[in-house]
Design a protein around this ligand. Structure first.
Ligand SMILES: [Zn+2]
Length: 352
């Protein structure tokens, strides 16, 4: 089908352009010479249909849908895009200066956004090795969340708002020179979501998420809070960082803490994280708490017989048991979840 006329270069004045049945555009040099593909199909046609229907089905302000649409079509003014158009001298990220500033880097991989995803309502761990493109990542999430429509809507909404606020905050940091703050970004995401709910009477997030992949976070049961522990530790310096995130059964974010620590092993750092998590629960009066750690040894040590564990951990495990005997606790449980990536912990070390 003939779509229009275009000028491709000064030497080739006017060319008929029509849509190829294959997957691109075909130019016909006058007088209608051999056809050749001059441009690949629009990026919009490369975005899977499921993703488009997901985006247009998200219950969020139109500006956020439009933002996601632009992001997936490479319509954002990233350094990667601007460099390709010879507007910028470097494609590198304006914040970390380490990687190309692509959409997936800005929204998922730039070091400062990992705590935002982890601290957000979905508690997502963004694993660099599992992401090739933004679309592919979204598809994985769709498959993960498509157990039922409520879950999918909740996950899609959360992702949309998180991406939007990350972009907004990033622009403020880069353009206005404001300080970077993952915590402020998490709070702003939740505020924006509440505002949108109030304005458009969106459905409240579903509390029925079920873990099917390493991305998932399972909410605690009614009236309990869940404290997630994460640790990073350096064997060369013995320095480490402890990350704690507290949420309720609706997935509502209460608080997050990043605490520096010194330990002789990663297990000791994990045990110290457990001590800090108990202190945090006592300090804030959380009476029904589900603790979740990715250190099986510490979880077993706390749940089973602490004398069977490592001797180095014994004093810390004793301390944890004392803390759990505090009258504050009416219920406490410890569960182990596999570590799908250490990316968040790395950033928590930096925060700590
Ligand atoms: Zn970056």
């Amino acid at each position: 089908m003939i779509l229009g006329l275009g000028i491709l270069s000064s030497s080739r004045v006017c060319l008929v352009i029509r849509r190829s049945k294959l997957s691109g555009w075909i130019s016909l040099d006058p007088p209608f010479g051999c056809p050749r593909i001059i441009k690949q199909a629009s990026t919009s046609s490369q975005v899977p249909l499921e993703i488009w229907s997901l985006i247009w089905g998200i219950k969020c302000p139109p500006k956020i849908r439009k933002f996601l649409w632009c992001a997936l079509r490479r319509g954002l003014a990233t350094n990667e895009n601007l460099y390709r158009r010879r507007v910028r001298s470097s494609p590198l990220c304006a914040l970390c200066h380490q990687y190309e500033e692509s959409v997936k880097h800005i929204l998922l991989l730039c070091p400062w956004v990992s705590p935002v995803w982890f601290g957000g309502v979905l508690s997502m761990r963004i694993c660099k090795s599992e992401i090739t493109t933004m679309c592919e990542w979204l598809l994985k999430v769709v498959i993960w969340a498509s157990l039922n429509k409520a879950d999918l809507a909740h996950v899609a909404n959360s992702i949309a708002f998180t991406c939007w606020i990350i972009w907004k905050f990033r622009c403020k940091v880069v353009i206005e020179g404001r300080p970077m703050s993952p915590l402020a970004t998490i709070f702003a995401t939740e505020l924006e979501f509440v505002d949108a709910v109030t304005a458009t009477r969106l459905d409240c997030p579903s509390p029925t998420l079920v873990e099917t992949t390493s991305y998932a976070w399972i909410p605690p049961v009614l009236h309990r809070v869940k404290i997630n522990l994460d640790v990073a530790w350096s064997p060369t310096s013995n320095q480490g960082g402890i990350g704690l995130v507290v949420r309720d059964y609706m997935g509502t974010f209460f608080l997050a803490m990043a605490i520096p620590c010194m330990a002789n092993s990663v297990q000791e750092a994990e045990a110290l994280a457990a001590v800090e998590a108990c202190s945090l629960a006592i300090e804030h009066g959380f009476r029904h708490v589900q603790f979740e750690s990715d250190c099986l040894e510490v979880v077993r040590g706390i749940s089973d017989n602490i004398r069977r564990g490592r001797w180095e951990l014994y004093p810390l495990l004793c301390r944890i048991q004392d803390q759990l005997g505090h009258p504050n606790f009416e219920f406490s449980s410890w569960t182990w979840r596999p570590r799908s990536a250490n990316v968040v912990a790395d950033h928590i070390v930096n925060l700590a």
